[in-house]
Design a protein around this ligand. Structure first.
Ligand code: S3P
Length: 444
């Protein structure tokens, strides 16, 4: 995988945003579609796959372990899988680039196969905690040697047959849950994950869609997901819905730039992902759902978003898991609301592609916004809808969501905002700046 050169960008204010766009495929679902297709015997087809660097890192790793993966056209891919238990020994280290999801889910996949893999990544990924997957996967029998602090680079030697476990998640993490379920696929017996707090459920949905035996029970201990091992997956045809985490940037941009009217097509609205829509509506956003439907087993709608006067709120803590990746852009919405927004209950933000609490505090302060940092979030004093001062230079910290969130903030600033490095945007949303140009009537 290539590690892109830093490229800075100065983003001027926009007069209004208008038009229709279709956001790229969901990142979480794209990773899972490739992985489960690789574990099915025969040919699967995926339409609407996100072709960002993170997902391409997953594809490259699966190829290195024996899957045949081909691109037939824009977003259309075919995968010839090797079957559960059929992973081959990769010849070289697996370069995960910036992608925590690729790393943690593939660690799970490999943990119950008799192969050894070395995982490497960029500076951001190499600073992220892997202990959260090392602990349960070691209990299943994997032998993992990590760099100090449980970080990348690390080497994982899988065990086959692995040992089924019952594991209560100590952190609300869909990646940890998914790593254990994927390891459970090639493990005799039943592997159980207990999640006290509901996190995105794409793995459970898709595993069932591929024919795995997955049981989900709501209990007083939380949600228990059981997977029966030594599964046989059947190849599927999957349509990936648009990514709500990518749509989030346009939801906020259209809400804060006066005169805007944007329709975002094909947005995935799985309840475990749709927290930002709820939070923005509480703030007074004007969001209409058009043509609700089901795509690839996931609820989807087009969203029409018009400029609106936002007001500050206290974001309910229980919304946090369903909008965890949207906090940076929620902080931006808060910067334009009337009064104070308190957005807390999200300490996991500290261990994302960057420390998103510290990064957004610094970025907003550099843009003239008043912010108070908490251990688990930010309080933001909004402009009441006026343009923010802007004018500063923002450090994006190798974090795509900081780069895109601050691009959105710049669209309603008095003076242009400079971002030191927007190349990480390619990890999740390669067409972001082209779509911005289209909506603002500029030439890309
Ligand atoms: C993801 C889960 C979340 C999210 C990440 C994608 C996934 O991470 O932040 O962008 O696809 O399972 P955590 O599991 O660390 O919460």
């Amino acid at each position: 995988m290539s590690h892109p050169e830093p490229s800075s960008l100065t983003v001027p204010p926009a007069t209004r945003l208008a038009g229709r766009i279709r956001v790229p495929g969901d990142k979480s679902i794209s990773h899972r579609a490739l992985m489960l297709s690789a574990l099915a015997v025969g040919e699967s087809r995926v339409e609407g796959l996100l072709e960002g660097e993170d997902v391409l890192a997953t594809a490259a790793a699966l190829r290195a372990m024996g899957a045949r993966i081909e691109r037939d056209g824009a977003g259309v891919w075919t995968i010839n899988g090797f079957g559960v238990g059929g992973l081959l020994q990769p010849a070289a280290a697996l370069d995960m680039g910036n992608s925590g999801t690729s790393t943690r889910l593939l660690m799970g996949l490999i943990a119950s196969h008799p192969i050894t893999a070395t995982f490497t990544g960029d500076a951001s990924l190499s600073a992220r905690p892997m202990e959260r997957v090392i602990t349960p996967l070691s209990r299943m029998g994997a032998d993992i040697t990590a760099s100090p602090g449980g970080r990348l680079p690390l080497m994982l030697r899988g065990l086959c047959p692995a040992v089924p476990i019952e594991y209560a998640l100590p952190v609300a993490s869909a990646q940890v849950k998914s790593a254990i379920l994927l390891a459970g696929l090639n493990t005799p017996g039943i592997t159980r994950v207990i999640e006290p707090v509901l996190t995105r459920d794409h793995s459970e949905r898709m595993l069932a869609g591929f024919g795995a035996e997955v049981l989900v029970e709501e209990t007083s201990r939380g949600r228990i997901i059981s997977i029966t091992g030594e599964a046989e997956l059947r190849p599927q045809s999957i349509v990936v819905p648009g990514d709500p985490s990518s749509a989030a940037f346009w939801m906020v941009a259209a809400s804060i730039v006066p005169g805007s009217d944007v329709t975002i097509e094909n947005v995935g609205l799985n309840p475990t992902r749709a927290g930002l829509v709820t939070a923005l509506r509480m703030m007074g956003a004007d969001i209409t759902e058009i043509s609700p439907r089901t795509v690839g087993g996931e609820p989807v709608a087009d969203l029409r978003v018009r400029h609106a006067a936002l007001r500050g709120i206290t974001v309910p803590h229980d919304l946090a898991p369903s909008m965890i990746d949207e906090y940076p852009v929620l902080f931006v919405a808060a910067a334009f609301a009337a009064g104070r927004t308190v957005a807390r209950g999200a300490d996991e933000l500290r261990v994302k592609e960057s420390d998103r609490i510290a990064a957004m505090r610094a970025a907003l302060e550099a843009s003239g916004v008043q912010v108070t940092e908490h251990e688990d979030g930010l309080s933001v004093d909004g402009s009441g809808g006026d343009a923010i001062p802007g004018g500063g230079t923002v450090a994006t910290q190798l974090d795509h969501r900081i780069a895109m969130s601050m691009t959105v903030a710049a669209l309603h600033a008095r003076t242009a905002i400079t971002l030191d490095n927007v190349s990480p945007v390619r990890t999740s949303y390669p067409t972001f700046f082209d779509q911005l140009a289209a909506l603002s009537g500029e030439v890309a």
